[in-house]
Design a protein around this ligand. Structure first.
Ligand SMILES: Nc1ncnc2c1ncn2[C@@H]1O[C@H](COP(=O)(O)OP(=O)(O)OP(=O)(O)O)[C@@H](O)[C@H]1O
Length: 247
């Protein structure tokens, strides 16, 4: 098994053409080791969403490679990439993205169903238990709080034991106490379950739960910080221009 869960090599992505061309990613090299939690930060427009989309196989890069579990998936056709997303990547979104007419347990089991398998009931139950929602297994998302919905989404992201969990502003819609619970669960999935989490966030407190922060500026890696604290991250964000100059 590759020790690297996700790797991008010289990743570039441009949109439009000619005078209207926009460079969203300008040659990003990053490798995410298994069992690590990384936060990706940067100003608006720095390429964070584009990076996640390319890593997830939702968008094709203009150049460079994407490797999942050591396997180069860059040139896979749409069908293979859809299967890759269902079976080998977990997603957590700012807006939860649960299906409203399925119960919490059915939402957690959905990735297995989409992959053509009957959900493993014991695993669904264990994951709901892990996120503190065993008693709410049969509730519809509409009867759960935002934080509870996000906890269901985390259980769903973990159900296939994916190579990597990609989280896009997972606490962006939550109050700070609820956000801490959600971040604790993501942290626990790494520390206890050996998962690999890559999380885009604007929030220095959220980033402080990660092992490392990667800073993007203008589509490039402008800096990194190991063992981040919220204060250190906030300080670095305030001086990203200096990182770029120092590059
Ligand atoms: N579909 C698209 N068509 C044209 N330009 C795009 C498209 N998607 C992104 N861009 C441009 O690419 C650059 C990077 O955008 P991206 O959304 O990846 O940044 P971001 O760091 O995620 O920003 P934010 O923090 O605001 O979400 C921006 O200049 C953006 O306008």
């Amino acid at each position: 098994m590759s020790p690297i869960a996700l790797e991008v090599q010289d990743l570039t992505r441009t949109y439009g053409a000619g005078a209207a061309e926009v460079t969203a990613l300008a040659g990003v090299d990053l490798a995410f080791r298994r069992g690590t939690f990384t936060a990706v930060m940067g100003p608006s427009g720095s390429g964070k969403s584009t990076f996640l989309s390319c890593a997830a196989g939702l968008e094709r890069p203009t150049g460079g490679r994407v490797l999942i579990g050591g396997e180069d998936v860059t040139d896979w056709d749409e069908e293979r990439r859809t299967r890759l997303r269902r079976e080998r990547i977990g997603f957590v979104f700012q807006g939860f993205h649960l299906l409203p007419y399925l119960s919490a347990a059915q939402n957690v089991g959905l990735p297995s169903r989409l992959a053509g398998r009957r959900p493993d009931r014991a695993r669904v139950r264990a994951l709901l238990d892990r996120v503190g929602l065993a008693a709410r297994a049969h509730h519809l998302p509409g009867s759960l709080s935002g934080g509870q919905q996000q906890r269901v989404a985390i259980a769903r992201a973990l159900v296939t034991d994916p190579e990597v969990v990609l989280a896009d502003e997972p606490t962006g819609a939550l109050d700070s106490a609820t956000a801490r619970q959600v971040l604790g669960l993501l942290r626990g999935s790494v520390t206890d379950l050996g998962q690999t989490v890559v999380m885009v966030t604007h929030d220095p407190v959220a980033a402080s739960y990660a092992d490392e922060v990667v800073f993007l500026v203008d589509g490039r890696v402008a800096g990194r910080m190991a063992q981040p604290t919220a204060d250190a991250v906030a300080g670095q964000l305030a001086h990203l221009d200096q990182l770029v100059v120092a590059r």
